[in-house]
Design a protein around this ligand. Structure first.
Ligand SMILES: Nc1ncnc2c1ncn2[C@@H]1O[C@H](COP(=O)(O)OP(=O)(O)OP(=O)(O)O)[C@@H](O)[C@H]1O
Length: 292
């Protein structure tokens, strides 16, 4: 098997003839990475994840853990940790029963590890799922899937609907208990600000297309932001930034792909653009584009 956990080349996923949800997407996902799959509603994130776990067939080449997801779906599902919706667990069950259930379903599941992870949470093994808050349910769900001995975890919008404390708890547990430098996780989300500090890489989708595939380190050396005085606006605009916006403190700012020309750089102060700025620049809807 190649060292990449995911290899996608020219992957296209259609719903019927009219809808292309994933459009000619190519990327690789090596081990030991925390990858954010970012995109607006309808960008194609869930569709891509469905393709990765063999729920939807695609055109192009796709290998996950060295397997063809459609042809080898049942085998693949025992080798990765996937949650389409973290907040859903059988309501009738006690946490201990879920552990028993998982032991029967998942050959690579460790009940011992699950109990250990549940002890990290405020949930008891005897608690019933129906009595848990949404945040607690998500923690239990994560504890269960983090107890699968796998190399790859795929999470589709895991913290949707959770308050900030529960989201923080979720990500802390994910980083402490799952990420070990060997395993990788692919997380789709809209909550770009929150997740930026966790990520090693970012995949950004817009209308089915992959518009950015970059490590966070490479992002720092590739994109430049410049805060400048209002009087310099025309000169900055003439250098064709990707985005013009207001930086913190309300000062006008511009985001550039690549080095800022020296005569423009001297018009302001350079700063590190945030992932949110980049997200807006690369995925904004046409109606939000500045008027010419
Ligand atoms: N079963 C389906 N049949 C037809 N079109 C679909 C189907 N599922 C999704 N789509 C369309 O495919 C596109 C991508 O949808 P998808 O759910 O993958 O986006 P997403 O990025 O996950 O969005 P969200 O953030 O809202 O969950 C959208 O235009 C959506 O309407």
């Amino acid at each position: 098997m190649s060292t990449n956990l995911i290899e996608a080349s020219g992957v296209t996923l259609r719903y019927g003839r009219a809808k292309t949800a994933v459009d000619n997407v190519s990327f690789t996902l090596p081990k030991g990475r925390v990858v954010g799959l970012l995109g607006h509603n309808g960008a194609g994130k869930t569709s891509l994840m469905k393709a990765l776990v063999g729920i939807k067939g695609v055109e192009g080449q796709l290998k996950v853990l060295g397997r063809d997801p459609m042809a080898e779906r049942s085998q693949l599902l025992t080798e990765l940790s996937y949650i389409p919706d973290v907040a859903v667990l059988p309501r009738w069950a006690r946490v201990s029963e879920l552990i028993t259930l998982m032991t029967g379903l998942q050959p690579n599941f460790s009940a011992e590890r699950a109990r250990q992870l549940i002890r990290r949470t405020s949930v008891g093994l005897n608690d019933k799922v129906k009595n848990l808050s949404k945040g607690m349910t998500v923690q239990v769900h994560l504890a269960l899937i983090a107890s699968i001995d796998a190399k790859l975890m795929i999470l589709d919008e895991p913290t949707l609907g959770l308050d900030v404390i529960s989201r923080k708890g979720f990500y802390e547990m994910l980083i402490d208990e799952w990420c070990d430098g060997e395993r990788s996780v692919l997380i789709s989300t809209h909550q770009v600000e929150e997740i930026e500090a966790l990520l090693t890489d970012v995949l950004m989708m817009d209308e089915g297309k992959l518009v950015l595939n970059l490590s966070l380190e490479a992002m720092e050396s590739r994109f430049y932001a410049l805060a400048h005085d209002p009087e310099a606006a025309d000169a900055v605009a003439a250098a064709h930034p990707l985005l013009r916006y207001r930086s913190m403190g309300g000062k006008p700012a511009a985001l550039f792909d690549g080095a800022v020309p020296p005569h423009v750089e001297q018009l302001g102060q350079r700063f590190r653009p945030s992932l949110v700025d980049l997200f807006v620049a690369l995925t904004r809807k046409p109606e939000l584009a500045p008027r010419a």
